[in-house]
Design a protein around this ligand. Structure first.
Ligand SMILES: [Zn+2]
Length: 298
């Protein structure tokens, strides 16, 4: 069943004559710490590695403010003590927060009890900062889309789940518009363009993927997208926007993981101009303002 937003008052246009809603979400992760957690299944604290997550989030907030944009920040609560003061700034400046879980686990490999405990812990922590947490972003898009996982989210007061299909890590539906799932949960897709009879996926709403194309070509495809779609949902990480010093060293226990991290690092350098252009052009808003007609100011 197709979901229609309750309020369209805060829709923003990519071009003056379109009615495309431009939504922005930011997954507040530290790539190195998250990798350690994935690979070692526990939080790794290495005294040599100093995360820049607080600086990166403040950098994103400054840029959003300059460009008059709002975003939904999905918070991974195991990292929260590293930027707790800045989380308050996120809310003070009119953005919204959602849950990115407590631990950044692969939920394809965890039990439903583990999932329930993780979601509940995250919501409990985040509820200290925002009256209600409406949205959930699965870590690495791994949560299976099935009845028992939807029930856990609904039991925790979650109204929407936002995931992507640019990388196939779950059975999330292929759609460009929100759709209603079981328990009244709504799926808010991250924009992905399917081409050549769905053989090729172009993840136009993915921070990393957008960088791989020459800037001119990316913005050309974006204009095309906004002519043909009612919603554009873009997501990125703070380290992609602010840069990710520290990823250029060998922090991880296997060489292949270090190589993958280094490639990520190379793609995340010097991104300010690209993001400023994207933000100014799209005038992004939070998921909640579009989907629920709600913001911090209501
Ligand atoms: Zn993440």
């Amino acid at each position: 069943m197709t979901f229609f937003p309750r309020s369209q008052q805060k829709r923003c246009a990519l071009e003056p004559n379109t009615s495309t809603a431009n939504l922005l979400s930011v997954d507040v992760d530290d790539y190195v710490l998250v990798c350690f957690q994935h690979y070692k299944t526990r939080t790794f604290v290495d005294s040599r590695y100093k995360t820049n997550i607080d600086y990166q989030v403040r950098y994103v907030l400054d840029l959003l403010s300059d460009c008059n944009c709002k975003a939904t920040f999905f918070i991974c609560t195991f990292l929260l003590d590293r930027y707790e003061k800045t989380l308050r700034r996120i809310l003070d400046e009119g953005h919204m927060i959602g849950s990115h879980g407590h631990n950044h686990y692969d939920f394809n490999t965890k039990s439903i009890q583990d999932f329930a405990a993780d979601v509940s812990k995250s919501i409990k922590i985040l509820s200290r900062y925002q009256d209600r947490i409406y949205g959930y972003r699965p870590p690495a898009f791994t949560m299976p889309y099935d009845t028992e996982h939807f029930k856990v989210l609904a039991d925790n007061g979650i109204e929407y789940i936002s995931s992507g299909v640019g990388v196939a890590r779950s059975n999330a539906p292929h759609t460009n518009i929100p759709i209603t799932l079981e328990y009244g949960i709504t799926h808010i897709p991250i924009s992905t363009k399917f081409m050549c009879h769905n053989v090729i996926k172009y993840p136009i709403g993915y921070g990393v993927a957008s960088r791989l194309l020459p800037e001119l070509l990316y913005f050309m495809t974006l204009r095309q997208w906004s002519k043909n779609n009612s919603m554009f949902h873009y997501y990125a990480h703070p380290f992609e926007i602010a840069g990710c010093e520290g990823m250029d060293k060998k922090w991880l226990p296997r060489e292949a993981w270090n190589s993958a991290t280094f490639l990520y690092y190379l793609r995340c350098k010097n991104r300010h101009d690209f993001f400023e252009k994207l933000f100014r052009q799209c005038q992004f808003n939070t998921i909640e303002s579009y989907f629920l007609g709600r913001s911090m100011y209501e």
